[in-house]
Design a protein around this ligand. Structure first.
Ligand code: FMN
Length: 401
């Protein structure tokens, strides 16, 4: 039996209402067209999600700089060239009263290898991932300011074309998360040197975006509870960031964790945590006392029971990632009591590093199926997708065909 908690609307600090407590978390679709704008296939997937019942839909990461992408076929929004397609994306994604927000990202050193030499807070290479990522160079002060401007410009464009808001991606080891990390950020200037300065980039971006969009436009942040690496961004630092964000005028805080070096967001945490389903719940319980910003937790939720328990406690909104690819209408079925949980699938080949690649490429392929009007295929081969993932990340564009 459902106790109705999933169906309750949620009022955000800026007065906007989400129609229920289920959110589709950001999933990089890799469905841009040849000009890096949203493709017809991408719109088809958002049509499915708009029919699927989630109250909030967050787009996959959209790049604020076309020279630095997480994957070769990300949507890039750095000026108004895709205006008409972006308007259609907004109209499609907002059907049925869905609240649609775009996730904005800069990959920093986690940029796809085929792009130019990546930029980062400092010249620190990623551990054990040389095959996939080039050594970055440290950003100059002026370039950091330009990146702040880029986030602002992209947010303003998304408001103009009709999106309901943006989410700043400060998690998963991308540029903002690199600045937060004492392992990746070795600077000793106004952007690094102690926790206060390491969080400056995030706070600048949030503050400047807030200044340039209307108060009705939702501003969200996705933050790591920790990077799960020795000497890295830990829970204590993360809680300090939450304290600072509490005063920054954001409307929603999504909690996740990990990065490419330690992919905790995909369920590599301790077995006891995985058993609780939601990997970052304990952290959410701790931050609840620090802030009144609505909290969304993403990572591991599969059963209605676990979602309802979380909503009865510290969490305001349940984020769903992979289940939304295999079952785009899962929220609807959970809310009307037709499904108890997401379908169980084991997407692994049993080798840790390869499994990280596989999670991306296997689910990516399922997104391509949705984009072509096909249904997802839970039986899709695992090893073939490991190869596809390695090939995409390592080979120059065009050579992979
Ligand atoms: C194919 C794929 C692409 C993803 N792309 C993004 C992304 O663009 N931005 C982001 O914040 N998280 C991204 N994630 C992580 C998810 O948002 C989510 O945090 C993670 O899948 C854990 O939630 P889940 O257990 O419900 O899948 C991605 C995950 C997958 C599987």
């Amino acid at each position: 039996m459902t106790n109705g908690l999933l169906n309750n609307p949620l009022r955000l600090p800026n007065g906007r209402n989400l129609k229920n407590r289920l959110a589709k978390a950001a999933l990089s679709e890799c469905l841009a067209d040849a000009r890096n704008g949203p493709s017809e296939g991408l719109l088809r997937v958002y049509d499915r999600w708009a029919q699927g019942g989630a109250g909030l839909v967050i787009t996959g990461n959209v790049m604020v700089d076309g020279r630095a992408r997480t994957e070769p076929s990300n949507v890039v929004v750095e000026d108004e060239r895709h205006y008409a397609e972006l308007e259609r994306w907004a109209d499609t994604g907002k059907q049925n009263g869905v609240t649609l927000i775009a996730q904005l990202n800069h990959p920093g050193r986690q940029a796809v290898r085929t792009d130019r030499r990546p930029v980062a807070p400092s010249e620190v290479e990623m551990k054990g991932l040389k095959l996939f990522f080039k050594k970055p160079r440290a950003l100059e002060d002026r370039e950091i300011e330009e990146i702040v401007d880029r986030f602002v410009r992209t947010a303003v464009i998304f408001e103009k074309v009709g999106f309901d808001g943006v989410q700043i991606h400060a998690a998963h080891g991308y540029l903002i998360s690199q600045f937060l990390s004492p392992r990746a950020n070795l600077r000793d200037d106004r952007w690094g040197g102690d926790p206060e300065r390491r969080m400056r980039l995030l706070l600048e971006i949030v503050g400047r975006v807030r200044e340039h969009v209307s108060s009705r436009f939702i501003l969200a942040v996705k933050l790591n509870s920790a990077d799960f690496m020795r000497g890295g961004f830990d829970e204590e630092e993360s809680m300090n960031v939450v304290r600072a964000l509490d005063r920054s005028g954001i409307d929603l805080l999504e909690i996740s964790g990990g990065n490419y070096e330690a992919p905790a967001m995909m369920g590599t945490a301790r077995a006891s945590t995985v058993q609780r389903e939601a990997y970052f719940l304990e952290y959410a319980e701790k931050v609840r006392s620090l802030t009144r910003i609505p909290l969304m937790v993403t990572g591991g939720f599969r059963s209605r029971e676990a979602m309802e328990t979380a909503l009865a406690g510290a969490v305001d909104l349940i984020g769903l990632g992979r289940p939304m690819i295999l079952e785009p209408d899962l929220p609807l079925r959970l809310m009307i009591g037709e499904a108890e949980r997401a379908r169980k699938v084991d997407v692994s080949v049993g080798v840790r590093l390869l499994d990280g690649v596989l999670q991306g490429s296997w689910y990516q392929e399922q997104l391509y199926r949705l984009a072509s009007g096909l249904e997802p295929d839970p039986e899709l081969g695992r090893w073939g997708m490991v190869w596809a993932g390695v090939r995409e990340r390592v080979m120059p564009a065009g050579a992979a065909a």
